[in-house]
Design a binder for this molecule. Sequence first.
Ligand code: UDP
Ligand code: MN
Length: 265
Amino acid sequence: MSADQAFVTLATTDNYAKGAMVLGQSLRNHNTTKKLVALIGPHVAEPCRDVLGTIFDEVRVVDVLDSGDAAHLSLMKRPDLGVTFTKLHCWTLTHYSKCVFMDADTMVLSNIDELFEREELSAAPDPGWPDCFNSGVFVFTPSNETHEKLITFCSENGSFDGGDQGVLNSYFNTWATKDISKHLPFIYNLSSISIYSYLPAFKQYGHDAKVVHFLGKVKPWSYSYDNQRGEVRGHSLPPDQCQLHPDYLLLWWQLYAKSVQPLLQ
Ligand code: UDP
Ligand code: MN
């Protein structure tokens, strides 16, 4: 049953690939029974591909620019939406009956296989505009037909935020009102930003968090890590621009140091 269900992520650069490695490893550590799929762009370097190959069941290079299909033609009209189009590629994974997409800047804190009981399109509210869903974690059903519709929609209407979240919210536009079972609890996509915007809620519910999302400009890999001391070291942005929760940031780096770095050497 589970063999035809998969967690899917995307990485077009080596840095996002490192995020994907930590995500994949975190899913493994929590004994997922689902397949793990990494979609990668053509610029991800060979050593990173090899490591992804040891963590994920399937590593698939998606190169929209080299293909002569409908997606390629549409993309030519909207070169700015390159990464977005690449993310929409997840709908073409039709050898799976159901999938959960997860951004490469997410990390799971417990087993979340129960998400596969949900239907397309299930997602958690976006902390910035809760009538929109955040597209960092979503349940979907692969379908070439849906993929083509999304690509057409995207090239005709663009994206109101320039990324995949705008497109997906415009396309799945009944999410906010139609079916409450498609609203994933916030603990499945806890963005580090919202921790500080509602600290009492985080104190009340934060220990139930199942997925952390390092949403925003600063990512865990923007920092460095002192292996000897087991400490995260700062980056160049001022403190008010980096709102990653130190505990989760440390957890990300501990996982990276323990399970990913040895594979990269
Ligand atoms: N992504 C990527 N390469 C990029 C930008 C984004 O592979 O240059 C993928 C990656 O999976 C990432 C997702 O697209 O997690 C969404 O981007 P990001 O997480 O940076 O957006 P945010 O969640 O901060 O809005
Ligand atoms: Mn993200």
